[in-house]
Design a protein around this ligand. Structure first.
Ligand code: FAD
Ligand code: SF4
Length: 490
């Protein structure tokens, strides 16, 4: 373990941020990574628990105590090796993972958790800065061909794992650039896209083929992808894919946004969150459907999660006049009751860096109507909600109006694109996700022979780290299906 008495000697030190006034002037990352010495001291806090709850709490089961110890000892290259043994993209998770491992850390019971995410961040940034990450092409080829539909973290993790055991992998993506929601959803200030490009270069050198602007499905003529990013200029029918490839992994995410069907929804200025965020994340020269600018506008974001918070941060960088965020649920407690919830993920008040940059947060509010003039939104009508025994009721007389020039609907995603799953004729679960188990001989297999599913397309809207886990595990399932056995990790 690190230093035996480290957890008693050193306090947790979190990464600092650039001051708000400075960071909202641009879209650059603003987290200041720990120095080597600070990371080593934080690694020394790890108690190397006999049962490392952090590893259990981490969806990719990162072997956290080992790299904490290695960082403490200054063995950074070995720490990187351990980190990569469970996670293909620590440069992403080290930046944007909510770190369920830290909630599970034993030190979190009566002290502050080990700063696991900041140590991961320090290891991977050091590796990138020192060019330690090089392509690992397979020394042999199996001659098997695998098609992956979708280039988010699930598709990319699956692709890298499969290429490294010798399969010919092609990733199909309907958008013009690779990365899924990491590219077009998550803003640059949380994740600099150069890290996705860096990994893509590695993956191309490992032999993976990327085909962008290609939609896998039957047709696009019925407008059923409205509200969903789509730059496809070519359509490939699932039958053709199944004919030409030995296995297919569906990793198309859960892209169907939840709508708010209330009067005034059609007014100009009311958009799905991603219509706004994608426009911001696209680069010069890319096709931008809605060029939405929040400068000088009164912005209301409906939905209190990550997506909503990203709309807040982006609106402030545009120079919005005001930003308000509504959440239908009541305000959670400031702190959790650790005795009741540890080692699980607690429901508690979470204030993101974007909230700190300026946002009026309003809880237990339901929006009833968008109001406007000349076809443009000018405000909304809402009502306060009372929650009792899990049921909500409107508080009589609590109706209010709020000025709004822009409204972003950030209430989550209902399910994957049904059109894609239907084109493959695969069975769905009750929430409209691709049905596939995660345990047993048939894990990640859908109801259609040689078609597998992983990530948000199988589990519904989730996190990058879960997508990476599913991509890795689906890759192993595919390898086993193609070769009869697999050396890929579970
Ligand atoms: C705004 C926003 C912010 C988020 N912030 C965080 C965060 O901070 N931390 C975190 O852990 N998670 C975050 N998430 C969630 C996270 O991004 C997703 O859970 C994760 O990206 C899912 O990965 P995936 O590979 O399953 O799917 P996706 O990333 O959604 O990728 C799926 C890809 O498949 C493509 N595709 C779909 N159908 C087809 C088809 N028929 N043919 C070709 N291509 C197709 C899509 O275009 C897309 O590129 C955020 C999500 C959003 C929307
Ligand atoms: S639970 Fe915390 S203290 Fe224990 S091994 Fe994991 S990181 Fe170290």
């Amino acid at each position: 373990m690190g230093k035996i008495t480290g957890f008693m000697e050193y306090n947790r030190q979190t990464e600092e941020y650039l001051p708000v006034a400075q960071r909202i002037k641009n879209y650059n990352e603003f987290v200041l990574p720990l120095s080597d010495e600070q990371s080593q001291m934080q690694g020394a806090r790890c108690m190397d628990c006999g049962i490392p709850f952090c590893t259990n709490g981490c969806p990719v089961n990162n072997i956290i105590p080992d790299w904490n110890d290695l960082v403490y000892r200054g063995a950074w290259k070995q720490a990187l090796e351990i980190l990569h043994s469970t996670n293909n993209f620590p440069e992403i998770t080290g930046r944007i993972c909510p770190a369920p491992c830290e909630a599970s850390c034993t030190l979190n019971i009566n002290d502050e958790a080990v700063g696991i995410k900041s140590i991961e961040h320090a290891i991977i940034d050091k590796a990138c800065d020192n060019d330690w990450i090089v392509p690992q092409p397979s020394p042999y080829k199996t001659g098997k061909k695998v098609a992956i539909v979708g280039s988010g973290p699930a598709g990319l993790a699956a692709a890298q794992q499969l290429a490294r055991v010798g399969h010919n992998v092609t990733v199909f993506e309907k958008n013009s650039r690779i990365g899924g929601l990491m590219r077009y959803g998550i803003p640059d200030f949380k994740l600099d896209k150069k890290y996705i490009d860096f990994r893509l270069n590695q993956m191309m050198a490992e032999g993976i083929e990327f085909r962008t602007n290609v939609f896998i499905g039957k047709d696009l003529s019925d407008g059923s992808l409205s509200g969903v990013t789509n730059d496809a200029t070519e359509i490939i029918h699932p039958d053709e894919l199944l004919k030409n490839y030995d296995a297919v992994i569906l990793a198309g995410g859960a892209e169907q946004p939840r709508d708010l069907a209330i009067p005034g929804r059609q007014l100009e200025g009311v958009y799905f969150a991603l219509e706004f965020l994608v426009g911001q994340n696209k680069e010069v020269g890319e096709n931008i459907k809605n060029n939405i600018n929040a400068r000088g506008k009164h912005v209301v974001v409906i939905g209190g999660g990550d997506t909503g918070s990203d709309c807040v941060g982006t609106s402030n960088r545009h120079g919005a006049a005001s930003v308000t965020q509504f959440e239908v649920m009541p305000q959670p407690p400031e702190k959790e009751n650790k005795a009741l919830v540890w080692p699980n993920w607690p429901v508690k008040m979470r204030t993101s860096s974007s909230h700190e940059e300026g946002c009026n947060r309003d809880w237990a509010v339901s929006t009833k109507e968008f109001i406007g003039s000349n076809g443009k939104v000018t405000g909304l009508k809402a009502v306060r909600i009372d929650w009792k025994d899990g049921k909500m009721s409107e508080i009589p007389g609590s109706e209010f109006e709020l000025k709004a020039d822009l409204v972003f609907l950030a209430m989550g995603f209902t399910n994957p694109l049904q059109k894609v799953l239907d084109a493959f004729h695969i069975e769905k679960d009750t929430r409209g996700n691709a049905r596939a188990a995660t345990e047993g001989d048939d894990c990640y297999k859908t109801s259609v022979n040689k078609v597998f599913a992983a990530g948000d397309m199988r589990r519904g809207q989730s996190l990058v780290v879960w997508a990476i886990r599913e991509g890795r595990q689906a890759a192993r399932a595919v390898d086993q299906f193609l070769m009869g056995s697999s050396v890929l990790p579970r």
